[in-house]
Write a protein of this length. Sequence first.
Lengths: 273, 873
Amino acid sequence: MRSFVSGWLWACLLWVLGGACVSNTEGALVEFDVAAIGDEASKTFDSPLGYRVHLEKAHIFIGALYLNQSAPGNYTLETSCILPGIYSAEVRGGLRVDALSEKRQAFPLKGRGTTEPSRAGEIWLSSGDIHAPHDSTLVLEVKGEASKEGRTWPFEAQLSIGENRAEPPSNPALPGSNPICKQRIISPIPVELELKNQGLLLLKVVPSAWFSHVDFSKFPEENAPPYLFKDKAAAQPDNALYAGMRAHSGPYFFSFEERSTETHTTEIFEEEK
Amino acid sequence: MLRPFRFEGYSMLWPKVFFAFLLYTSAASAEERPEAVAPNPPLEAELQPKPETTTKAAENSATENSATENSTPENSTAENINTENSATDHAATANAATNNAATDHAETNNAAENINTENPAQERAEKEAGLLPEAKEVLPGQLLKEEEEVAPHPGEREEGQAAQGAEEAERKSLEKEPTLSTVVRGKSIPKSRGAGDFQVEVGPLAWVPRNSAAQLLTLAPGILLTNEGGALHAESIFLRGFDAREGQDIELWVGGFPINQAGNIHGNGYADLHFIIPELVDSIRVLEGPFDSRQGNFAVAGSAEYRLGLGQKGMTFKGSLGSHGLRRLLATWRPTSGDGQSFVGAQVYQTQGFGQNRDARSGSAMAQALFPVAEASSLRLFSFAYFGNYHSAGILREDEVQAGKKGFFDSYDVGQGGDSAQLGFLASLTGREGAFRHEQRMFFGFRNMRLRENFTGFVFDLQLPQQPLHGQRGDMLDKTSKSFMAGASGYGRMRTQLWELPLEWELGYFARVDRVSGQQTRLLAGTDIPYHVDKDLDSVLGDIGLYVDAELKPWHLLSLRASIRWELLAYSVTDNCFVKEVRRPSSTNPPLDESCLNQRDFGLYRERFQNLSTAGSIFIPKASALLGPFLDFSLMASYGRGFRSIDPEYIGQDLKTPFATLSSWEVGALYNRKGETATLEARAMLFGTHVDKDLVFSEQAGRNIVGGGTTRLGTVLSGRLQGRFFDLSANTTWVQSTFDETGLLVPYVPRFVGRLDGAVFGALPWELLGNTLLARFGLGINWVGRRPLPYGQRSNSIFVVDANTEWQWRNFSLGFAITNLFNRRYRLAEFNYVSNFQATQLSPPPLLPARHFIAGAPLAFWASLSINFGGDH
């Protein structure tokens, strides 16, 4: 009897200890560094429309980054800009990125995420209330010159997203179908990432892609050089640059570099110096 | 002079019953009556440890005058007995004790009832047929017990130890004065269904400080209670690896009244126990696992039943004052005779609560009365009423507390809180005819609940295309549920023989219908203005179960029990807000912010509601085997299936299986030894459970919602040591809960839970003004291991010590209790999910899961003074 009880207790103990090895819930939370780099090749490039473009300045303001577990194409009727439950990473600090520099430009805050696979990325072009009608933040500043067939178009652009970009609803019965927040979010940017702790999330910005569909020849004649892109929907070049900035494929690429836990943030950026 | 109130038959009218109750209670207060043994009064327990048998002095010569002077309802039966057995000698005493100790059959009480002068021939015939135990006498009040079974605890000595029991009883009786009659103290204990069947007498452990009667559940192993909703919000119950929330996975009864609220919008099965006055709880039966045929809907993790009784005789007033503005006033009364099952109690409670926004106030009244209505029948009436109103601090983000933006006991939203009202009535008729006995219950109840809680701040107010543009208006959920419930249950139990082996059959039923209206709206932040309707349901829910249960004893040390239950669940749901979105709405009549739409695609008209109905049935087999006791050990094995009805909101037209099912097994060993000065009971068991549709917490819904399948494996160790001046109870539970699909842990469920309760009590060696001074100390220690949280996180552990001391002199008692003695800052509950409590979005919102917690109570204390009139001092 005694041996039976003793054996039973030992079996119980072993079972408990064995079972205790399974000790995780699904996924894990991770923290990582975040940086952006530009594209020096965009200083001079040929656009698909045959323009040779020389860029002197290309700055974009990024308010926040988010990665999603599922592509927003799977969204239902809802048009909310925020769909809780789909996010796998967030970087909630703003950074004005010099898109012509290939030096790593660190975001002011670390990123947080989960180990769930990320399928899509979001770039928020606002660091404030994403729903606010008014926002004078300059999200894009470019300066350069385009030339084609002996003609040149020196240009400058300073774009913001506020009332100037509000779109009326296509159907008056759907007054919420075009919220301004949609203008401020570039999504879905295709990614295939699995985040790890202490790694580096890198966002590459290729400003040449912003100009892919800009037809400089269609600047209005009265727009004397340097040609200024209008900060609202207007002529083809104005609309094309704005659309190019918001294109979800072409200008922006996410990648993730795994790092050992001993690698510190400063070291990540020291490598570049 | 009060006459016994008897009914000729069962066809009594309710007015008569109420009239009888008034008569009974008024008469009882008017005169002193012969005393019977109280079920478990702390004071009596202290001075006179509870024996299996107690001699009853010749009050009892009472036989002479009882017929005229003391014919109270509760002693009337004893009169009949005593007329025949007035010459009982020591041998007879021992004989009675022998039978009491030896039998686990239920008819002990009623068997005695047949021992009267009226039909001795029938009595002899039944004895010869083996249908009755030997003659014994009973405490008068015994006949009025809710359960007539006098079953021992699992493994308690049975027939094999009859002789030993007899010797012990005889020895005890010889120590006393010669008596004319012997009273066998029956315990109202149903038959054990396995090692996880804990029948816990509160007893001296009532002196361990507890904030509510719900906390008494922690006397059973493995139970953890948390509360994220506020002081009077129903407790969330964790049991055996289940996050049973506020009753969704645990069936709860109070005095036979079903507490789970079917169809409650906050959680199907929501059970609010705050109406229970702790002083009126006599014992608790916690059956961990679905192993009893009487268990029905919601008995997934198990079931718990509060048994009511009042130990303190006479009228008692108790007032308490404490920290955080605590005020409590309690008044109880019970007749000086009887066993405490007739009582009235009422309390008013109020507190400002610790930290921010935790004030609460409530009032509760409970009454119960027992009547004999025929020679072998009794009627029990139980009713209660309760009202509560409270505020809740809700959850806090850990990062904001760490950053100093919020204090540990602060609140984000002071609009959180709730209201609760409950009214219930139950009538229970028990009776016996020969080897057949039965119980029939009828009950009805009205429940109203309102709950306002905000788990996420400003996250889930999604912009729909049909709505005008809006930002986040706030995630405060305002849930209301109004329900009326009526039902009946009962059983008939027959003892017979099969191949000359004892066999018992039980045929039982349960029927209940709930009419529930539930609504969930969202409130504009900082206001009481609803801006959106999430749900609006009117439901009629039916539940009918039939079962047959059999017990065979092929060997005197072996009991085999098996049952089959057939349950039918019926739903009739009117969804008053069926359409919430439309892809292409009418351009002439756009829905805009309207929540419940009366149009479909292209603006075509439709009514806003949709009727949905379905029904489904399920067969639930259960079986258990008990072997022993030998060398004070018993071995047990049990298997059972259970079910849980699903929320009305998940009902679809003709849904095939409107319930979740589970299967569970358990093996265990029990050691039970009664010594000269102490009693020890220890248990160890392994268990496993599989659920096909488990419930998992959703911060968006603020409650548990249906998820995937899960499996649990666990073990329990528990023990209780009781002596003349102490009572110690300790237990620990380990359980592993995993998802079937991934094999990973189910979040939020504690893997390790430990609990220690202890009480020391006795009379001090000196006197004060010629009267003995009694002292009592209680200590409770609760430990909960780190719980798994989503995304591989772990919660903090919980370690809390509570202490209490109470001093009694004459009819005065003074107590002082402290909870969280070491003032540890602990997190009662922790979560990992997305929230954003920035009312103005000055920066991109946090959309990743973050740690949140509910603050546990800091050190709190209260002093209580009670005065008793008419009791024993």
